[in-house]
Structures are given as structure tokens and as C-alpha cells.
Design a protein. Structure first.
Length: 413
């Protein structure tokens, strides 16, 4: 396979500036691609990643890592220690696939009907295995590398489960890094936000609007929960447009409305289900009270009632300033300043956020677009990645690890 990309930043440029890294990474490229294609052909859903975890564990042991299995369910943690004392850096990859069809035209098309790696977690796993293989052959300058292969990101539960099971302990991780493949960036490009938070907190809620049903021909004899719900749906958008600082970010969206059994019957109740996305923790904290106050007030004014069930799911990803600057330095050193783009925070969710709440962290996007076939968005049935991007992902995570440990030699382990 070739190791060049059709854009202004050639991976082969690395041969001139960092020949030892170039040789090590390019030599493993075929193996990393083969791993990714095997994972893509055999995708597994959240907390069912037993085959994937088995492959990861086997390879890590082969490469000299101490391995813990079944961490937080089906998670795997690999530990590689230097002879010199120093800090601990953690690198994370998620392993689960989505419950949807795979419609790519390739020999590595999913063999598991209705399950597909349409978000790129197969690529994340392969890239992190590439980093692990590299450091099994290239000595760490000091300290410890902890590679964390996480289950169940797609349902927002895997990171919290691994943390609860001690993934960040023994030894304590001092800095975390993770990436996500992204078709909005070309292969050879990276992006990170300059804001404090990069991905939104994800919460879900359900409102039960209670009225008094009856015949649709005699609405005056009812308390119509559908009309009350209509008022609530419109009024709740005032939280975004009139109760939130325009420089802050809130998304409040409804995805489900359930009510009634027949067109001529006004029902007794309506269920409204939606999601709230926020960046700032203080904004997030106040959302249930705001929603409940507006919805209940409107329902009471029409003679009805409204009850709120609000569930906090995943927090927002917090970006550590030092870790971000180290990432920027690393990318610039490898590929020049123009390889790094500034991205706005995303209102999508990512449960790497749980790690970022516990440990100083950085999370960035890795460009994987190189033509029409790799331009489809994440969660699209035809989503695929340019595998040449793995070279860039492995090199940045590896040099980020090396730079962090080298800069902090003799630090606490």
C-alpha cells in the first residue's frame, strides 16, 4: 500500500523531519489497515464488543503490555511502563458499532446484518493499536502509557463504567487524549476548539401533559392536552432565544410526540420527548427547573397538569489548556501550522467527556475525507474513511505521548 495522500501535506514529508517516526509508522500501516477492515467486517454493539476486545487484548499482550480485561463491561486497558519514573498518559479509543445498515461497496463491508461501524470506532481502535505497537518497539522516554479501549460510547455509558471500574487508577492517569475521525476535514488535517468545552452535554427529558379527554366535537367539555402541548412546545424555545446568553449555547429539541388513539378523540394525556444540549455546566444545571417552570405554568393556566422526567446523560468535554497547546505544538511540528484548523464546539455528544471531567484532557478531530466515498457524514449508511488518515492519527497520538512524557521526566507516576 502507498503511504501518501493527495493533498498539500504528504505523510512522506515526515521522512525528512522525523525519519525514525516515519519508518516505524509506515512499516506497520498494512497491519493497522488489516485490523481496521477486520473490525469493520465484524462490528459489535455497545457492551457486546467481546470479539473486538479479544483481538485488542491478544495484540497488546503480544506487544508486551500488561492487560486488564472486562473493565467496565467489555473494556480493555493496556499498560506499558518505562524504566524511568514519570507521569502517566492515557489514550482512549471506543470500540462499539451502531444498530444500522452498512451500505459501503467494499470487501470489508459489514457481515453482521443491521450492525455497522458508521461512526469510525473501528478506525479509532486500529489507530490506537498502531500507537501501542509503535511504543512496544520504541522505548518511552519515561513514565507510563495507558491505552484505554472503551465499550459503549454510542449509548453514552462506557466511559463512566470504565472509570467506575478503576480505568484511571493504578496508576493514576495524569493526562488524557482522544480523537474522532471526521469527514468534514481532509486527510492530513486536524481540528481542535479554542473554547473550554468541545462537545456538548447530552440530556434527555420527557414531559407528560395531563388534561381531560373527550369527544373532539365538544372540545369545550375537555381539557385538551394536545393544545396545551402545542403551547408548551413553542414556549420552551424561549429558553434558548430569551433566557440564555446569546454567547452561551443551548439546544432544546423534541424528537417524539405520543398521544391519542383516534382522530375524533381528545386524549387524556400527551407525552413529549426531547433532548437538551449545553456546553457550560452551570447552564446545564438550571435546565430542568426552567423547563418544568414554563411547562407546568402553561399547563395550569389551561386547567391541566405537567410532569417532567429529566435525565442527565453525558457531560460536556472539557479541554485542558496545557494539553491543547501541547497538541498544537505536536501537530505543527509534524505537519506545519496549516494542518491544524480551529473548530467551533459541537452540540453533539461524546462520552470521552467523563474522562475529561476526571483528568486534564484534549480531544481533537482527525480528517478522513479524500474523495466522494469518504465524504459521507458520521452515522450515514455509506460512511467510510480514508485509511491513509491512520498514518496521521498514529503519528500525532504517538508524538503527543512522547512529548508529554519527555517534558515531564521525573514527574509523579
Amino acid at each position: 500500500m502507498t503511504v501518501t495522500v493527495d493533498n498539500s501535506r504528504e505523510f512522506t514529508d515526515l521522512a525528512q523531519t522525523h525519519p525514525e517516526w516515519y519508518d516505524a509508522i509506515s512499516s506497520m500501516f498494512d497491519e493497522v489497515v488489516a485490523i481496521r477492515r477486520d473490525l469493520h467486517k465484524n462490528p459489535e454493539l455497545s457492551f457486546q464488543e467481546t470479539r473486538t476486545a479479544g483481538i485488542v487484548s491478544t495484540l497488546l499482550r503480544k506487544w508486551g503490555f500488561d492487560v486488564q480485561e472486562n473493565v467496565g463491561g467489555t473494556g480493555v486497558v493496556g499498560l506499558l511502563k518505562s524504566d524511568e519514573s514519570g507521569p502517566v498518559i492515557g489514550l482512549r479509543a471506543d470500540m462499539d458499532a451502531l444498530p444500522m445498515m452498512d451500505e459501503i461497496v467494499a470487501d470489508y463491508h459489514s457481515q453482521n446484518d443491521g450492525i455497522a461501524h458508521t461512526c469510525g470506532h473501528d478506525a479509532h481502535t486500529a489507530i490506537l493499536l498502531g500507537v501501542a505497537k509503535l511504543f512496544s518497539e520504541k522505548e518511552l522516554p519515561c513514565g507510563t502509557l495507558k491505552v484505554i479501549f472503551q465499550p459503549a460510547e454510542e449509548i453514552g455509558e462506557g466511559a463512566a463504567a470504565m472509570i467506575e471500574d478503576g480505568a484511571l487508577q493504578n496508576p493514576q492517569v495524569n493526562l488524557m487524549a482522544g480523537l474522532h475521525v471526521h469527514p468534514t476535514l481532509h486527510t492530513g488535517e486536524f481540528s481542535v476548539t479554542t473554547a473550554e468545552y468541545s462537545c456538548a452535554a447530552v440530556d434527555i427529558f420527557e414531559l407528560e401533559v395531563k388534561g381531560q379527554g373527550g369527544h373532539a366535537a365538544h372540545p369545550h367539555q375537555t381539557i385538551d392536552p394536545i393544545m396545551i402541548s402545542a403551547q408548551i412546545l413553542v414556549a420552551l424555545q424561549q429558553i434558548v432565544s430569551r433566557q440564555t446568553d446569546p454567547l452561551d449555547s443551548v439546544v432544546l429539541s423534541f424528537g417524539q410526540i405520543e398521544a391519542g388513539s383516534k382522530a375524533t378523540i381528545i386524549p387524556n394525556s400527551v407525552f413529549l420527548k426531547g433532548t437538551v444540549r449545553t456546553l457550560k455546566p452551570e447552564t446545564r444545571k438550571g435546565m430542568p427547573e426552567r423547563i418544568a417552570s414554563i411547562a407546568s405554568g402553561i399547563a395550569r393556566s389551561f386547567g391541566g397538569e405537567c410532569e417532567l422526567d429529566y435525565q442527565f446523560i453525558t457531560p460536556s468535554i472539557k479541554i485542558d489548556g496545557y494539553a491543547r497547546e501541547l497538541l498544537k505544538e505536536t501537530i505543527s511540528d509534524l505537519y506545519g501550522t496549516d494542518a491544524l484548523k480551529v473548530s467551533l464546539p459541537s452540540m453533539g455528544g461524546e462520552d470521552f467527556s467523563y474522562f475529561s471531567q476526571e483528568v486534564p484532557s484534549v480531544f481533537f478531530r482527525l480528517g478522513t475525507k479524500n474523495g466522494k466515498d469518504t465524504a459521507y457524514p458520521n452515522h450515514n449508511t455509506r460512511f467510510d474513511v480514508d485509511e491513509q488518515a491512520f498514518l496521521y492519527g498514529i503519528s500525532v497520538l504517538s508524538l503527543l505521548t512522547y512529548n508529554y512524557l519527555k517534558k515531564n521526566e521525573g514527574g509523579k507516576e
